[in-house]
Design a protein around this ligand. Structure first.
Ligand code: ZN
Length: 172
């Protein structure tokens, strides 16, 4: 691992989360295992590992089932002008309709991310070039901004090639 920093490992482990360093096959197998058993985990993958995971996870059938689509230029422009988050090209998201009728897609996801974690942290994650942050079965809930009560189930995304998710089950 070039540029391997024990300081950053110490910071992560110090927060109570283990770091695993392994060859590509082992890491990809760990992702599949978490997915298969419905466990939640965050993986920090190399671009090559991320490409491997995404190529078997995002089959054409799953893309269609989950409704994953490229984020439109209109939505990207709105994310830029209203949330001041730039550089969101090459992002994918599905659009989930809340019980109240509102839609939860890329804009709402980024909006919630900025509200919960701050613009700086969202910018930092989206700017990652050599790390892909993969959330397997993420535990934090997507909340409908229109009614603020609805929990959005089944939102999926692949943002700027640096941040995405995998879920064990299809949305209900
Ligand atoms: Zn709602």
């Amino acid at each position: 691992m070039a540029g391997f920093s024990l300081d950053s490992v110490e910071a992560v482990v110090g927060s109570g989360r283990a770091v695993i360093s392994a060859d590509d096959g082992t890491v990809v197998a760990a992702v599949r295992d978490a997915l298969r058993h419905g466990r939640s985990a965050t993986f920090y993958l190399t671009p090559g590992q991320a490409a491997t995971v995404k190529s078997w996870y995002w089959t054409p059938q799953r893309v269609e089932e989950r409704g994953l689509e490229p984020v439109s230029n209109e939505e990207l422009a709105r994310i830029g002008s209203e949330l001041r988050i730039e550089g969101m090209g090459h992002s994918y998201s599905n659009r989930i309709v809340c019980e109240c009728g509102a839609v939860y897609g890329a804009f709402e996801f980024v909006q919630q991310g900025v509200a919960e974690h701050g613009k700086e942290q969202v910018d930092a994650v989206l700017a990652l070039e050599d790390v892909y942050v993969l959330r397997v079965n993420p535990v934090n809930s997507a909340v409908c901004p229109a009614c603020t009560r609805g929990i959005i189930v089944g939102h999926e995304y692949d943002m700027t090639g640096s941040y995405g998710c995998c879920r064990s089950e299809a949305p209900v």
